[in-house]
Structures are given as structure tokens and as C-alpha cells.
Design a protein around this ligand. Structure first.
Ligand code: ACO
Length: 367
């Protein structure tokens, strides 16, 4: 058999590799459940509320005031920003954030877990600022996490609508079954390497454009299309070149990703609250309509639908994050899930150690 054969083992499609109480992705119904709550039920929750939901039972106790505890953790990890020298600052924000996160010590306790949630937020803000020659801003432990992320990134507080939009984003992406980065985190956790190691595995897997690296290229796609009337021609050209359309297709969802609608609602609310013209949203909707049409025509036997990344790009752009840092903002939310999965893996699982099938040459003596 050829080593590149696309059988069920290739990409582990359809393989159940863990049991979890954390989230369920129903790809046929287009439904996401986070610990017994539908995504819709979480629409008014803060990110800290969702951390409490995900982490409950995975640590001896959780702090009564998780917002305050996370604020303290942001201040603690800020010390590591001293390691952001000129050479590191030239690298992509995700690499900066990963390098600084790697400076945190490993552990399995709640304090380590809180520092790991704080890390992508504090280090990404510092990385974004360093790229434009601005000094880092010390966290304000009194603020909620989303509010402080905006302040640390821009130097001025965000509006309440912006804080709400960022909370909605972080909540929406906090956990999502056994996606590639969560699987990577669980594999590392299963060796008992510790939470920091597990989160670093998650960040590294998230970085790729087939996973959390897609929203940056979504912006390039929207900029390339330019105006709605050009959408079809531009997208056809991209597919003719052999490119994939970023923000479309998913391993599990065969219908529309429910997170796309949650984020679209959040973008709409933010656009409305800030009185900005909805031109970008309208362009994205035109691109979405054209892309779905073309994908249906070109791949009639696949059900390629909108995934979370299309409207992720829009909401993060509206919040003024640079496209180069979109994946880092994704990590700010998903880290809550990585930590919970890592704890669940350690508490109930065994070492993850699958097998490969050898398809290489046999030694001459055995032939
Ligand atoms: N554009 C064009 N064609 C696509 C796309 C797309 N976005 N997605 C899948 N296809 C096609 C593939 O070319 C392939 O065609 P073929 O069978 O004729 O060779 C077929 O659909 C199946 O592709 P696979 O890569 O096997 O499907 P998989 O389940 O692994 O894909 C993935 C999932 C990686 C997300 C894919 O849909 C993709 O590359 N999308 C674009 C990148 C993207 O949006 N990533 C973010 C995903 S969401 C997240 O991770 C948070």
C-alpha cells in the first residue's frame, strides 16, 4: 500500500482518541456543547466564567474570584516580558508569544494554569507593541481579562462594546473537542510533562494555516477581493492556482460551523455600537456566498462550509489586532481548553502511544 494512501487512518479521521466531559462537536447537526451548555447559552458569559466552567473539578479548588486571580497571574508573567529583546521582537508574534511562554516553569497546579492563561494575553500585547517600537504596558490586575488585553495592546482602554466583543470571541473559541492543538496538548500531557509543556504543544499545533493560522490569510483574501463584484473571479483564480479558500471547510462540521454565526453576531453588534459602516461585513458576506457557491460546484461530493475563521478575522480586525497576531488571540481563548484537557488526560488517561504501519523497504536478509 502507498504511504500516502487516504484511508481512515490518514489524519485519524473518525477515530475516537479520548473521552471528555469538556465539549462535544456535532458535525452533522452543526452544534457545539461546552460542558453541558450550548454555545448560544454562553453568549453573555465572560471568558473567566467559561474558564470556571471548563476547569471545575480539574483542580482541588478554584478561586472565588477568578477574575482577580487571573489579574494577579497577568502581573506575574509580565516579568518574563524582559526576555523580549530586539531580535525576538522581529519574529512573528506567535513565535514571540511561544518563546516567552516557554520561559514559564512546568507544573500541574492551579497557579501554573492561571499563568498559562495569562501568558498569551500579556506576551501577545507586548509582541504587537514591540513590532512598532512601543514599550510593553504593565497589566492592570483590577480589570477583567478581555478588558486588560485591549488596554495592554493599545495603551488605552477599549469601549464596553469592544470588551464584550472580545469576551464573546474568547468564549466562542475556548474549547472545541479534539481539534489538532488540543490533541497535541493531550499527547504531551499524557507523558506527565506538565501543563506548560502541554500548552506549548497546543500553541505549536495551532500555528499552522490548516488550523488556527487561517484568519490572517482571510484578511489577505478580503483585501485581494476588494469589492463584492470581484469575489467570484478572485476566488476562482485562487482555486485555479491550487490554493484553499481560508475560512472554509472543516474536518468535523459537514454543515455550517455554529461558531461562525456566533462571531458574525458579535461583529454585527460591535459594528452597530461603534457606528462604523458595515462595508467590511458586507464584503465578507459576499465572499462567503460566492465561496460556498464555487466550492459546491467544484467539490460536489464534499460539504465545504464556512468555518470559525472567516468571522474570526473580521472580529479581530474590528478590534484593531494586526492580522499577524490573530493566531495569538485565538490561543488566548483556546488555552482555557488546552489546560482543561491536559488535566483531564492526566487524571483519567494513559500514555497516548498509537502505532504506525511500516510501509518502507524490508532489510535485505528478511526479503
Ligand atoms: N478550499 C478548497 N478546497 C478545500 C478546502 C478549502 N477551504 N477545504 C477542503 N478542501 C478540499 C481539499 O482540497 C480536498 O479535495 P480533494 O479531495 O479533491 O483532494 C478535500 O476538500 C478534502 O480536504 P482534506 O484536507 O482532506 O480535508 P480535511 O478534513 O483535512 O480539511 C481543513 C479540513 C484543513 C480545515 C480544510 O478544510 C482546509 O484546509 N480549510 C482551509 C483552511 C482553514 O480554514 N483552516 C481553519 C480550520 S478551522 C480551525 O482549525 C479553527
Amino acid at each position: 500500500m502507498s504511504p500516502t494512501a487516504r484511508d481512515g487512518v490518514n489524519g485519524l479521521e473518525g477515530i475516537v482518541a479520548a473521552e471528555t466531559v469538556l465539549s462535544e462537536v456535532d458535525g452533522e447537526a452543526g452544534r457545539l456543547v461546552i460542558r453541558g451548555r450550548s454555545l448560544d447559552e454562553l453568549s453573555d458569559w465572560t471568558f473567566e466564567d467559561v474558564i470556571s466552567l471548563l476547569w471545575s473539578g480539574f483542580f482541588e479548588t478554584l478561586p472565588d474570584d477568578l477574575t482577580a486571580a487571573l489579574g494577579v497571574a497577568r502581573s506575574e508573567v509580565f516579568e518574563e516580558v524582559a526576555g523580549l529583546d530586539r531580535r525576538l521582537a522581529e519574529r512573528a508574534p506567535i513565535e514571540v508569544m511561544r518563546a516567552l511562554t516557554a520561559r514559564l516553569s512546568d507544573g500541574d497546579d492551579l497557579a501554573t494554569a492561571l499563568r498559562l492563561v495569562a501568558a498569551p494575553a500579556v506576551f501577545t500585547a507586548a509582541a504587537i507593541r514591540a513590532r512598532v517600537g512601543e514599550p510593553p504596558i504593565h497589566p492592570d490586575p483590577e480589570r477583567g481579562h478581555a478588558s486588560d488585553i485591549l488596554r495592554m495592546t493599545r495603551g488605552v482602554p477599549g469601549s464596553s462594546a469592544e470588551v464584550k466583543a472580545l469576551d464573546a470571541y474568547l468564549v466562542t473559541v475556548a474549547d472545541h473537542g479534539l481539534n489538532a492543538s488540543t490533541f497535541a496538548a493531550r499527547v504531551t500531557a499524557s507523558t506527565l510533562a506538565g501543563l506548560t509543556s502541554a500548552v506549548l504543544s497546543g500553541i505549536s499545533a495551532l500555528k499552522g494555516p490548516l488550523h488556527g493560522g487561517a484568519p490572517g490569510p482571510v484578511i489577505e483574501m478580503l483585501d485581494g477581493v476588494g469589492e463584492a463584484a470581484q469575489a467570484r473571479a478572485w476566488l476562482e483564480g485562487a482555486l485555479d492556482r491550487g490554493d484553499r479558500l481560508m475560512g472554509f471547510g472543516h474536518r468535523v462540521y459537514k454543515v455550517r460551523d455554529p461558531r461562525a454565526d456566533a462571531l458574525k453576531r458579535a461583529v454585527r453588534a460591535l459594528t452597530h455600537a461603534s457606528n462604523t459602516p458595515p462595508a467590511r461585513l458586507q464584503l465578507a458576506e459576499a465572499v462567503e456566498t460566492a465561496a460556498l457557491e464555487i466550492l459546491r460546484e467544484r467539490k460536489p461530493d464534499r460539504s465545504l462550509q464556512t468555518n470559525v475563521e472567516l468571522y474570526t478575522a473580521l472580529i479581530l480586525e474590528a478590534l484593531a489586532f494586526p492580522a499577524s497576531a490573530f493566531t495569538c488571540v485565538f490561543a488566548m481563548g483556546r488555552v482555557a481548553g488546552w489546560v482543561a484537557h491536559a488535566r483531564e488526560q492526566v487524571q483519567g488517561g494513559r500514555l497516548i502511544r498509537p502505532q504506525s504501519r511500516y510501509v518502507g523497504p524490508v532489510p535485505r536478509a528478511a526479503a
